[in-house]
Design a protein around this ligand. Sequence first.
Ligand SMILES: Nc1nc2c(ncn2[C@@H]2O[C@H](COP(=O)(O)OP(=O)(O)OP(=O)(O)O)[C@@H](O)[C@H]2O)c(=O)[nH]1
Ligand SMILES: [Mg+2]
Length: 297
Amino acid sequence: MEIQWYPGQMAKAKRLLRENLKLVDAVIEVLDARIPGSSRNPDLRGILAAKPVVAVLTRPDLADTAATSAWQERLQLQYSAVAAVNANSGEGVKYLLRQLEALPKRKKEVPHPLRLIVVGIPNVGKSSLINRLTGRSAAATGDKPGITRGKQWVRVREGLEILDTPGMLWPKIKTARQAFVLAAVGAVKDEIIDSYELGIELVDFLRENVPVKLQERYKIEALDVERAAILEEIGRHRGCLIAGGVVDMEASARLLIKDFREGRLGRITLESAGEWRGDDESGFPEDDGGSNSLPPG
Ligand SMILES: Nc1nc2c(ncn2[C@@H]2O[C@H](COP(=O)(O)OP(=O)(O)OP(=O)(O)O)[C@@H](O)[C@H]2O)c(=O)[nH]1
Ligand SMILES: [Mg+2]
């Protein structure tokens, strides 16, 4: 697996963010509700400290409800406000707007609109969130990373303007676990990840954490076999076959990944708030040591 984020890209993105931060009152950092800890950009902490930052957990419809509540509580310590918003349906937007209206404005003689900037990893729902806030399709969205290119100001309503930005990753994805969860939620371009490898890791996670969901969806009886054998079962059950009745493992992996991303296996959160060590360098206990399967450049 490889990553499309290089030190040069990050440096450029940081420079742009620094410039744009001067123009805004506050920041919305969009996090994926299935991986709130791992979708926080560690490289931005210092820069963002200058402004109030509101965390928005998108895709709450795909995450475990109790886990999302625990994450919201945990993240309150790190952010000015935290809101879970379904950026497709708009659920949670009203609460978020109330939080935004309560933010302190820059001091100025002349009244001015509240200006915000939206940042976050690729494909997490930044543009969708802006569209829900405005109630129209003001920003382009799509189901793969890299949709938003340049920066784009959107007028939400009288007195509120938001700057959309392209998704950002960071060059040093610390561990294999973090690379896995970022790839699983779709933050890394599919063209540059090894679907088979990701599928195998997903099988591992699901078998360990939500075995019944895995068994029920694909009618698998025994889970105490090789991971590849489980992926093969999934492919067989769903008709991912090539000539001679052989299972197309690559296609099986892609199918499993798609099912997970679309919530067809149910609501699944990939990391727990209780285990997250906050801004501590090491993030999660499993992050100690592990090798990085998404090497930079
Ligand atoms: N189920 C679900 N899907 C969502 C939610 N928010 C966003 N999405 C989907 O996630 C995908 C990405 O949305 P975008 O708004 O384009 O994401 P982005 O962060 O602007 O992406 P880039 O500009 O590519 O970095 C789209 O297919 C959305 O429909 C949500 O709350 N729930
Ligand atoms: Mg976008």
